[in-house]
Structures are given as structure tokens and as C-alpha cells.
Ligand binder design. Structure first.
Ligand code: TYC
Length: 108
């Protein structure tokens, strides 16, 4: 008798097979990107990277300069909800401080 049928416990062999697929789906990950502009102060961008992306001051400065020179740069990779929340927090914080800094997300 099979394991599933034995699991019924009454010896009748009428148990329902409960084996379902073992596979789980990894959540899609999303890149949070910072965009360059001509007006946001460099030190503000560094502060954003430290505050919202938990970068150390040196890596934050490196990322900021990459964005300044190339137009766009990677801040971090997160599940969708977290990435979306980071983008909202950055844009809201920038607006609150009257800077035009923009961030966006992109599927990895
Ligand atoms: N280009 C800005 C300046 O010269 C600095 C800057 C860097 C702005 C990165 C936005 O995402 C940014 N003040």
C-alpha cells in the first residue's frame, strides 16, 4: 500500500493523495535606480543613500558620483514592495527638501 493510502489510517486504502509540487517560486527582485539632475546638491544625494539604502559614506559618495557622471545608478535590489517603498520615500524626502531628485525601479 502507498504512504498516502496508509495515511488514511483505517486500512481501507482509500486515503487521498496529498503530495503536491515541492517547488516554491522565488519573488522577482527589483533594482532601485537614482537619476541625475542639475540641481540636487551632491551632499543631499549622499545623505539619501546613507539614510534609505544603508550605505557607508564612501560607497554613498561613489554611487552619487556614478549617477552624476553617467545619468543613472543602482542603489539596491529588493522585492517589489520594498523597492516601491524606497522610491516613494526618496521622492517624498527630496520634495520635502525642495530638490527635484528622482528615483525609479526596474525589474532585475
Ligand atoms: N548633478 C548634481 C549636481 O551637480 C548631483 C546629483 C548627483 C544629483 C546624483 C542627482 O542622483 C543625483 N549638483
Amino acid at each position: 500500500m502507498s504512504d498516502d493510502n496508509r495515511r488514511n489510517g483505517d486500512g481501507s486504502g482509500t486515503g487521498v493523495a496529498t503530495q503536491v509540487r515541492q517547488k516554491t517560486q522565488k519573488p522577482s527582485m527589483y533594482k532601485v535606480l537614482l537619476l541625475n539632475d542639475d540641481y540636487t546638491p551632491m551632499e543631499f544625494v549622499v545623505h539619501v543613500l546613507v539614510r534609505f539604502f544603508h550605505k557607508g559614506p564612501e560607497e554613498a559618495a561613489r554611487i552619487m558620483l556614478h549617477v552624476h557622471r553617467h545619468g543613472v545608478g543602482l542603489c539596491g535590489v529588493y522585492p517589489f514592495d520594498v523597492a516601491e517603498s524606497k522610491v516613494t520615500q526618496v521622492i517624498d524626502f527630496a520634495r520635502h527638501n525642495e530638490h527635484p531628485l528622482q528615483a525609479t525601479l526596474e525589474k532585475e
